[in-house]
Design a protein around this ligand. Structure first.
Ligand code: FAD
Length: 313
């Protein structure tokens, strides 16, 4: 996670409507996006899940969207989750949590004026009920730092009825080591990632300090009684996670590794083949712009790939 002017600019552009139009219309975009997003329909999501499961990998599905200010769109997002959970359950893909879903509360209405928090929570509960019926779990994605408190508060409320709901914590935030301590209890599922948003130094570590924080947080989670979900493509952190799990006598079913669809697929397979649990985060839907820009920001090579494609058209 390198803090460069390019990364900062891409993350700023991730919020720009004008650039969004241009990127979405560029002829090359579709091909590059496909590397990170297997498709837009429920069928595409179900197909990608089946393919990953056939190679021993587990899945968490994300119906793309964020920051909605439109109630109908928030309801449509909830409905998309209900549909995909039903389809996956009918196909026998969800049992025991092999395919679960990841939710962004801002896609479910958290930012709607007035009752936004209540509406998002209600939508999340409906998805949790569908997940329970499908014998699987739900994880709440974490967005930029202005939403962290609201998301953790929603987590606390949802866990009263659905104690298996998981949370994401971002190692780049100064607060996260303390949040890990709060959430390292029995029954708690925590996905630890570095963090993907453009955060100021007043709230977030920068550069190599993010990795140091990730290791401190991992130590807390692996020593705790919860279920750590190690979400990173970073070889060094993956090795440290394995060593900490061994140190604390964890068996391979007491934690899992997680990576994003299309990123380091050989490493995903290697971990699954050696008997570790590996879950792939599979985004699908049409609203891929913000997700795609965050992936470009993570790796300059991806920007080069994209621009080369534009230049050769
Ligand atoms: P990095 O330092 O970015 O990368 C380490 C190495 O991984 C690189 O050297 C490269 O070899 C490889 N790599 C990383 N990214 C790419 C790429 N785009 N293309 C090709 N190779 C790459 N962030 C949030 O803020 N909130 C969330 O809710 C959230 N959920 C996530 C869920 C999952 C399952 C995962 C895996 C990530 C999630 N993230 C989330 C994103 C995360 O915060 C990071 O931005 C992202 O994972 C990149 O960090 P990294 O740990 O892989 O390390």
């Amino acid at each position: 996670l390198i803090r460069t002017p390019l990364r900062t600019s891409l993350l700023q552009l991730a919020k720009s409507g004008t650039v969004r139009d241009a990127v979405e219309k560029a002829p090359v975009t579709r091909g590059v996006v496909k590397r990170f997003v297997p498709g837009s329909s429920t069928d595409d999501a179900v197909r990608a899940t089946a393919e990953l499961q056939s190679t021993g990998r587990m899945v968490t599905l994300d119906f793309l969207g964020e920051d909605t200010l439109d109630l109908a769109q928030a309801q449509a997002t909830r409905d998309a989750y209900l549909t995909v959970l039903r389809r996956l359950s009918d196909a026998g893909a969800t049992a025991g949590g092999r395919a679960e879903v990841s939710l962004k509360l801002t896609a479910l209405g958290q930012l709607l004026p007035g009752d936004g928090r209540k509406i998002a929570l209600e939508h999340a509960r409906e998805v949790c009920e569908a997940a329970a019926a499908a014998d699987t779990t739900v994880t709440l994605d974490m967005e930029d730092h202005t939403t962290t408190d609201a998301t953790l508060e929603a987590l606390r409320e949802i866990r009263v009825d659905f104690p298996w709901v998981g949370a994401v914590l971002q190692a780049y935030l100064h607060r996260t080591e303390a949040d890990c301590r709060d959430l390292a209890h029995a029954g708690s599922r925590v996905r630890l990632c570095k963090g993907a948003y453009n955060e100021p130094a007043s709230v977030a570590f920068q550069g190599a300090d993010v990795d140091r924080s990730y290791v401190r947080c991992l130590k807390v989670l692996m020593a705790g009684e919860g279920y750590p979900m190690v979400a990173s493509h970073d070889p060094r952190l993956i090795e440290i996670a394995g060593a900490l799990a061994a140190k604390h006598g964890r068996d391979p079913h007491s934690f899992e590794y997680q990576m994003l669809f299309g990123i380091r697929p050989e490493e995903q397979q290697r971990l699954a083949d050696r008997g570790d649990q590996m879950r792939v985060y599979v985004p699908y839907g049409d609203d891929w712009y913000g997700y795609f820009m965050r992936r470009l920001a993570e790796r300059p090579a991806n920007v080069g790939f994209f621009l080369r494609g534009v230049a050769t058209r």
